[in-house]
Each structure stands twice: as C-alpha cells, then as structure tokens.
Design a protein around this ligand. Structure first.
Ligand SMILES: NC(=O)c1ccc[n+]([C@@H]2O[C@H](COP(=O)([O-])OP(=O)(O)OC[C@H]3O[C@@H](n4cnc5c(N)ncnc54)[C@H](O)[C@@H]3O)[C@@H](O)[C@H]2O)c1
Ligand SMILES: [Zn+2]
Length: 387
C-alpha cells in the first residue's frame, strides 16, 4: 500500500506594466516607484544596457546615472553600468551568460535586489534568464527598447538563450517585477528594427481583435513612416493583448498543448536559425504569419480575402515576405518537429478560421502548406514589381 497526495495550489503574481514618454526625464518617478525597498535601506539596483542602445543615445547613460544617483534615500546603484552585446549575439554566446552571473555574484545581488535591463528582446531574454537563475530569481525590471519587445516579448513571462543552434532551448518562465514601455527609447531604433516589431502586433490582432487588425491595416504606411501617433497606440494595444493573454488566458507557463501566441512561429523560428540569424525575429514572424494565414485559407475555410489583406498589411508595414530560406522547404518542415519537441506531447499549432477565431490543429497537410508557401512567395514577388 502507498500513500498519495495530489494538492492543487495557486500562487498569486502581479504583472506591473507602465507606459511612459521619457523614463529618465519627466517620467522618472514611474521607474523610482517600481524600485521599492523592503526595509529602511535604499533598493539595491544594477543596470544592464544593450550596447547598441547606449551607442545610439550617448546622453542616455548620463541621464540614467543622474536619475539613479539623485535619489540616495531610495536607490543604491550597485556596481558600474553593465554593457552587453545587442541582438541575437548575446543569446548565442553562453560565455556572456557566465559573465553576467559572475557580475551578480561579485556585486552580492540578492533576491530583493533589482536588475534593470534596458534593451531589445534579445538582451531582455538573456539578461532575464541570468536574473531568473541567480539565487533562483532576482527582481527583473525590463525597459524594452524595440517595438517588438514593447509590444510582445518584454511583456512575456519567458526568458531564454539559444543552445545547440536552437532558439530558446535554455530558459525559464519567470514573471518580471515590472515592465516600462518608454516611447523615447524607440527614437534611436533603425527603420528595420522599428518595422520589425509590428508583425507580432498583426499576429496578436489576428488572434484576438478584428478591430485592431483593421486599425493596423489602415495605418500601416504611416506606421512604417514612424508616425508615432499611429504607431504608439498599436504597440500599446499589442502589449495589452499579450498582457491579457498571459494574466487571464489561464496558461501563463504554457502547460497546456496550445500556444496561440506562437501563431506563425513554427516556421519563423526555423527560418531565423536557417538564416544564421540574419533574419530578425519579427521579420521571420511576418513571413510565418503570412504562410499560416494563407494555409488557414486553404485548409480551414478562412476567407481568402483575409489572407490577401494580411499579406498586403505586412508589406505596407515594410516587410518583405520572401526569403531564401523558403526555397529549402525540407529543412523548413523540420521546424514542425522542433516546435513540437519544444513543448512536448503532440504537435499543436494555432490556425485561423476567421480574424479573432483561432483553432488548434494537430497535423499539417504538406501539400497545402507547400501551396501556401508558394502563394506567399508569389505575393512577395508581385509586390517587388509594384515597387
Ligand atoms: N521571451 C519571449 O516571450 C519572446 C517573444 C518574442 C521574441 N523574443 C525574442 O526577442 C528577440 C528579438 O528581439 P527584438 O526584435 O527586440 O530585436 P533585438 O533585441 O535582436 O534587437 C535588434 C537590434 O536593435 C538593437 N537595438 C535595440 N534597441 C535599440 C534602440 N532603441 N536603438 C538602437 N538600437 C537598438 C539591438 O542591439 C539589436 O542590434 C529574439 O531573440 C526573439 O526570440 C522573445
Ligand atoms: Zn515572436
């Protein structure tokens, strides 16, 4: 005879998301308000910055230091500012992870210390992973600096680095202490990276909001031209939909089969790796979303007009929907198995029956998937000729 105890339990989490115009200027109280101390001593805070963000905005470092050092009662800056390589480079080099952990150790950071990570999604993922495993978790405050990380990854509860040339192979789930989406941070972003984030906004709107999808389609050209009165509301809507999914969707740590937020991602992740990460995540997601949307029209009755609109919207935003990786479909299809493995269990993909009507499917009709890829390539070709 054996004893068995199965006890269900819940843990309350708080997700703190703030929107600011200038976090080291007029809105600095927002940041200070999140860096609370648990005793009468000032909060111990260490800042980690994406090198490319610092290079693009030389005054940022001075402003940051001025902010942190002007509040000795509230904030104690620990160690010097730490600079890390931006982009996928930081996620691909496991030695950088080791260096981060060493710095936390010599700085004597503890579970009540804060690490403020300022950077694109890659830096937030990698610093966030180091933060999550040091002492089983320090407090992470993210200041995302790309449209993608402000609208999507910065809000998430995942962090990771790449290993074995596989995306996000090593990582954890961890709820950040707080996230500040600051408009000023986006001003130094290249046009390429500015556009890149909006594929995730298209993705989440297709899953959850026909209205937001319409708004993106309508404003796509203005967004691409960086008209911020059009771009910021979409980033905010995207962030809020992601936040809502995580906090109210019932599966923040992806225990269930379905991962709707990974719509279009089975191919995107593979394309990124196949391109040796020369394709940005957002660029690969644009192609992946286009493919799965056309596939949904061929296989699941999604209106083919919607599929055309999605492709047009993505191209109006400035994405190219063609890439050399699409010519090697055998390798691309291996992405399906890698996607399945990442979650375990049977393959589960999200597809669309309509805008705002996602469905879960467990197999892929290769003939139609190939046809979808061909349609996306042909559309991309036709857009090149139009230009
Ligand atoms: N954790 C998640 O839930 C999740 C979700 C989606 C994507 N991601 C990950 O996010 C990463 C992509 O993030 P991304 O699209 O933000 O790109 P990125 O972090 O790769 O940044 C792109 C480039 O822009 C630079 N940069 C960033 N902000 C800048 C600024 N304000 N000014 C000038 N240069 C700047 C970076 O240094 C980099 O060179 C991928 O690794 C992807 O896997 C994670
Ligand atoms: Zn993504």
């Amino acid at each position: 005879m054996s004893d068995e105890l199965n006890v269900e339990f819940q843990v309350p989490f708080v997700h703190r998301l703030r929107f600011t115009k200038d976090v080291f200027g007029e809105d600095q109280d927002v940041l200070a308000g999140l860096l609370t101390s648990s005793d009468e001593n000032p909060a111990r805070v260490q800042f980690w910055i994406d090198q490319n963000v610092a290079a693009g905005a030389p005054q940022l470092v001075e402003r940051l230091k001025r902010f942190a050092d002007s509040r000795p009662q509230e904030i104690q800056r620990v160690g010097s500012l730490q600079f890390v390589p931006g982009g996928e480079e930081i996620k691909n080099d496991v030695h950088i992870l080791e260096r981060m952990l060493k710095v936390f150790n010599v700085s004597n950071l503890d579970r009540r210390s804060y690490v403020v990570a300022i950077g694109g999604g890659a830096v937030l993922d990698a610093v966030g992973f180091a933060v999550a495993i040091a002492h089983r978790g320090l407090r992470l405050l993210r200041i995302p600096t790309t449209t993608l990380s402000q609208g999507d990854s910065g809000i998430g509860v995942k962090n990771s680095v790449n290993l074995f040339t596989k995306k996000n192979w090593l990582g954890t789930f961890a709820v950040p202490w707080g996230v500040i989406n600051d408009a000023e941070m986006l001003t130094t972003l290249s046009n390429r990276d500015f556009v890149s984030g909006f594929s995730e906004a298209v993705k989440v709107s297709l899953l959850k909001s026909p209205d937001v999808f319409e708004q993106i389609c309508r404003d796509a050209v203005d967004i691409r031209n960086r008209e911020m009165d059009k771009a910021l509301p979409i980033i905010k809507a995207s962030a809020e939909m992601h936040l809502d999914h995580i906090t109210r969707g019932g599966d923040p740590f992806e225990m269930l089969e379905a991962r709707p937020l990974d719509y279009g991602h089975w191919s995107a992740h593979k394309m990124e790796a196949m391109s040796d990460f020369s394709l940005r995540h957002g660029e690969a997601v644009a192609i992946g979303v286009a493919i799965d949307t056309v596939y949904s029209s061929l296989e699941f009755g999604l209106d083919s007009g919607v599929a055309q609109r999605v492709m047009r919207c993505l191209c109006d935003l400035g994405f190219s929907l063609s890439d050399a990786t699409l010519n090697d479909v055998e390798t691309l299809f291996r992405g399906l198995e890698e996607f399945r493995q990442h979650l375990g269990g049977r393959l589960t993909l999200t597809m669309l029956e309509g805008v705002g009507k996602p469905i879960d499917v467990h197999s892929v009709n290769r003939k139609n998937m190939l046809a979808a890829i061909e349609q996306v390539k042909a559309y991309a070709e036709s857009r090149i000729h139009v230009r």
